[in-house]
Design a protein around this ligand. Structure first.
Ligand code: C5P
Length: 404
């Protein structure tokens, strides 16, 4: 999603920058590693090169690297400059505006936000010189991931230990997320079909492509939300989201959604979950016989209905949105489903209408809510996703008030 310059300085926490780089990549960001001379005493550039799959910048004056004045090129391309670990030395050089290596020149040359994760001995951190430098940088808008307390590598107890890589990635994500209307909200979106296996080669599935759910997840990301996307098997590529969970069967989707429901502000069930699954999946391929064949199918758990039932006990009591694929009496059936499943909105699809429903890029839906039905005419799934999320936003604001 974004290009991040990861500055690595010479502290014992330098090895943790490897995990930070991995964490950023898992969230679909590209990382360019910039190492100070001292950092190379702790970790080899090859480690970062292998992980980031980019040349690691180690020297401002390396022949061949200056044709396009590299620090200026990187400075203008990055969305964030993140320094892990930030030593007393780099904090001092940034604060004083000294540009004696690539990383300190990059700091002066970029207009991207800057995030530093300090790590040093407890007395160094408490020293008035370092404290003053930190204040100077903070006043300039530099943000920090607070160091933790505990045993320091130098053997001392106290504050100065580098924050955990996950926490650093989380803060970086928050800075990078656009300041859209869903910033600070967590959305759980499901997409695609589920496949219910009959045997090792056959399954019962449906024609859902995942496009509607993917459009919702992408639009929610654009609006600044954290998005967890639980997707069944699809050939269409899912968008970049905060967390992608791949599942196959309805039972797996049920478990994935229930595990993550507690932290969600809204759950949008766009997936076409199978209603029935084979009573038993055969361990071996089922051979054919001359006569007809009978399959016994049993009901799958209804994820949305379970969410509706559980909602009063879920922290955050998420807004719930379901989809209903119908081929007749669309609005009435959707309205009945809304009440039965105890959800806020049902997005009804007439699957027989040309250009709407499964496996196409467009959709026409009717959104059934507490105040009646709103027809959303045929348009791209991206645009339909926008209309649905407008309604979700309105419900969230009504529930908890507009958040900053
Ligand atoms: O009752 P019906 O299957 O038409 O309801 C569709 C809605 O319920 C969709 O939002 C779908 O994701 C959800 N659903 C579910 N679990 C099922 C079947 C459907 O969550 N087993």
């Amino acid at each position: 999603m974004a290009l991040i310059a990861l500055g690595i300085c010479g502290g014992v926490g330098a090895y943790k920058a490897v995990e930070v780089a991995r964490g950023l990549q898992k969230r679909h960001h590209e990382v360019v590693a910039v190492m100070t001379d001292a950092a190379r005493h702790f970790v080899g550039p090859l480690t970062f090169e292998a992980i980031t799959r980019r040349r690691v910048v180690t020297d401002q004056f390396e022949p061949g690297a200056n044709a396009n004045i590299e620090h200026i090129a990187i400075a203008s391309d990055i969305a964030l400059l993140l320094v892990v670990p930030a030593t007393a030395d780099i904090i001092g050089r940034f604060a004083a505006g000294i540009a004696d290596d690539f990383l300190s020149s990059l700091y002066l040359a970029t207009t991207a936000p800057v995030l530093m994760a300090p790590s040093m001995n407890v007395n160094m951190l408490a020293h008035p010189a370092v404290q003053r430098n930190l204040e100077t940088l903070a006043a300039r808008g530099v943000r920090f991931v607070e160091p933790g307390e505990g045993y320091l590598a130098c053997g001392w107890m106290g504050k100065g230990r580098l924050a955990e890589p996950d926490a650093i990635v989380e803060v970086a994500e928050r800075i990078l997320r656009p300041a859209g209307p869903l910033r600070g909200r967590r959305l759980l979106v499901t997409a695609g079909p589920t496949y219910e296996d009959l045997d090792p080669v056959r399954y019962v599935g449906n024609r859902s492509s995942g496009r509607m759910g993917f459009a919702l997840a992408a639009e929610a990301m654009r609006r600044g939300a954290e998005v967890v996307l639980v997707a069944g098997p699809t050939t269409v590529e899912p968008p970049a989201v905060t967390e992608l969970v791949r599942v196959r069967r309805a039972a797996e989707m049920h478990a994935a959604v229930m595990d993550r429901a507690a932290g969600a502000d809204a759950i949008v069930m766009a997936a076409a979950v199978a209603d029935y699954t084979p009573a038993e999946a055969a361990a071996q391929k089922i051979g054919k016989t001359d006569g007809p064949m009978q399959l016994t199918l049993v009901r799958t758990p209804d994820i949305l209905a379970d969410l509706g039932r559980l909602r009063p006990s879920l922290p955050g009591q998420p807004v719930l949105v379901g989809f209903a694929a119908e081929s007749e009496d669309v609005v009435n059936r959707a309205a009945a489903k809304r009440v039965k499943k105890k959800v806020d909105l049902i997005v009804a699809n007439d699957v027989l209408q040309p250009g709407a429903g499964f496996d196409v890029d467009t959709n026409a839906v009717t959104i059934v809510g507490p105040d009646g039905a709103e027809a959303v005419p045929l348009q791209s799934k991206a645009a339909v996703a926008g209309v649905i999320l407008d309604r979700v936003e309105a419900l969230l604001e009504k529930k908890t008030g507009a958040r900053k």
